[in-house]
Design a protein around this ligand. Structure first.
Ligand code: UDP
Ligand code: MG
Length: 148
């Protein structure tokens, strides 16, 4: 089953959106396979965002991510990478549809509350970086009520 890496960024934690965000993924039917509250250092944040290192916003992005604790999660389910991105909304909250997390809770691109992996490949890479011991191995007893 597919997994994705989701991170509630420091603004999401500070603004008390942790429960609301987890709720949206849980209610959709996805399964939580990893969860921790963690403050990361600069080298770790730079590694997470290494593909963006040439971008002009890279250093302010890293400053933002290390500015406070984040909630790192692994979520599992059919098509969870793409569907997770839809639940999150467009990168710039000004373009995110209402009903998405960024559309409902964010205004500026540099304070957009949440990260979600953009492909299965990056999901696997990010999950391995943030959860070196791997996901928690359990099966939800709701499985047959969510999947046909
Ligand atoms: N970002 C930014 N300015 C930009 C583009 C991106 O500050 O012009 C930040 C924003 O927080 C975004 C993150 O960099 O979520 C990673 O950018 P990416 O293009 O990967 O967007 P995402 O995958 O998060 O939607
Ligand atoms: Mg991205």
């Amino acid at each position: 089953m597919e997994q994705t890496f989701i991170m509630i960024k420091p603004d999401g934690v500070q603004r008390g959106l942790v429960g609301e965000i987890i709720c949206r993924f849980e209610k959709k039917g996805f399964t939580l396979k990893g969860l921790k509250l963690i403050t990361v250092d600069r080298p770790f944040a730079e590694k997470h965002y290494q593909d963006l290192s040439a971008k002009p916003f890279f250093s302010s992005l890293v400053d933002y991510i290390i500015s406070g604790p984040v909630v790192a999660m692994i979520w599992e389910g059919k098509n969870v990478v793409l569907t997770g991105r839809k639940i999150i909304g467009a990168t710039n909250p000004a373009a995110s549809e209402p009903g998405t997390i960024r559309g409902d809770y964010a205004i500026d691109i540099g304070r957009n509350v949440i990260h979600g992996s953009d492909s299965v490949e990056s999901a696997n890479k990010e999950a391995a970086l943030w959860f070196p011991d791997g996901p928690v191995n359990w099966q939800s007893s709701l499985h047959s009520w969510i999947y046909e």
